[in-house]
Design a protein around this ligand. Structure first.
Ligand SMILES: CC(C)(COP(=O)(O)OP(=O)(O)OC[C@H]1O[C@@H](n2cnc3c(N)ncnc32)[C@H](O)[C@@H]1OP(=O)(O)O)[C@@H](O)C(=O)NCCC(=O)NCCS
Length: 145
């Protein structure tokens, strides 16, 4: 499995992953913004042969960063690929001297919460009714990346 920065040719596969993995997926316009316009965003993909099977989109602002998206194709889950993407993002953040890494995750998302805890993120607070359906978010942070 290879991890590399996202390229123009990955666009449609990323759109498909979004549709398959999220209840509120990025549409074309939003993904386009993330890939080409958002000055803070960095996107890395994980490939099986040449197929995009997972990705991370994280935003860097001065000394902190936040995970905007992380997703792995259902057929490739529980093999450590999301963990690999997280580790890759942290390598980039270290080079940029980023100190804090934050995220919001749905309270019901056990797989993602387990992933983040395993990689050293701690619960900071609960953001009540954060999501469009009224669900709470856990706000988590990792310092000293
Ligand atoms: C969350 C997600 C990215 C994890 O991807 P993954 O590649 O399966 O994650 P990993 O294999 O690196 O797993 C990391 C840890 O999470 C744990 N985990 C995975 N699925 C789990 C589940 N359903 N319940 C509890 N823990 C789970 C694993 O036990 C693993 O720890 P281990 O290696 O010690 O066993 C994936 O489930 C996904 O794409 N979900 C849909 C999109 C999403 O919810 N993204 C997060 C938004 S905040």
């Amino acid at each position: 499995m290879e991890i590399r920065e996202a390229q123009e040719k990955d666009f449609l596969e990323l759109l498909e992953l979004e549709k398959a993995c999220f209840s509120c997926p990025y549409n074309e316009q939003q993904l386009n913004y993330e890939m080409y316009e958002n000055p803070c965003s960095k996107i890395y993909v994980v490939l099986d042969d040449k197929k995009v099977v997972g990705y991370i989109d994280f935003w860097v602002t001065f000394d902190s960063a936040t995970i905007a998206r992380i997703a792995v194709n259902e057929l490739y889950r529980n093999r450590g690929l999301a963990g690999d993407l997280l580790v890759k993002s942290e390598e980039i953040l270290k080079q940029e001297h980023v100190e804090f890494y934050t995220l919001e995750v749905r309270k019901s998302n056990e797989a993602a919460i387990a992933l983040y805890k395993k990689h050293g993120f701690a619960l900071i607070t609960i953001k009540h009714r954060y999501y469009e359906n009224g669900e709470d978010a856990l706000y988590m942070m990792k310092g000293e990346i």
